[in-house]
Design a protein around this ligand. Sequence first.
Ligand SMILES: Cc1cc2nc3c(=O)[nH]c(=O)nc-3n(C[C@H](O)[C@H](O)[C@H](O)COP(=O)(O)O)c2cc1C
Length: 167
Amino acid sequence: MKNIAIFYASSTGSTKKIADEISIDLAEIKEYNIRITGSEYMTDYDNIIFGISTLENGKMQSDWEEIWKEFCELDFKNKDVAIFSIHNQVLFPDNFVDSMGELYIQLKKAGANIIGFTSVDGYNFNNSKALIDGDKFVGLALDIHNQNDLTSSRIENWVNLLKKDFF
Ligand SMILES: Cc1cc2nc3c(=O)[nH]c(=O)nc-3n(C[C@H](O)[C@H](O)[C@H](O)COP(=O)(O)O)c2cc1C
């Protein structure tokens, strides 16, 4: 497998917990908290997973906001990139996983080959900026607050999907 890393930020610890779980399934993966490393090291990897959450009603998590300007200057051409995101579809059904959509748009602009799209089946929300073709999320959407019983199987299926492209 080519070299692989996961970059995440986490205000209350949810995204970190999921990053740890995803990492267990992927050998030799390096894990970075962007609060500590910023956007450094991101382009050192051929396979990259990003973890992001939405806070303050639709706004991207604050560490991501902090590095956003420098992140937008990075080139992700020839990189396989996947995104996961933790949210709450019951409390915030109008902007479910919005920040995953914003990250996707920027990564596309920066030339990344985005992998790991997932079906919207099984979710219940009104609007999301993270939809593609009307029926898919641009990455893995998790709602540990309301559907935690589905989290492990969603992660397992997603990681198996990524492995096909990451190898
Ligand atoms: C103040 C606040 C605002 C939030 N706003 C949204 C939102 O607009 N959309 C959404 O899907 N989730 C929203 N959430 C849910 C968070 O994305 C969710 O709690 C997530 O687990 C936080 O992850 P983190 O602790 O790793 O940053 C919000 C949570 C809080 C506490």
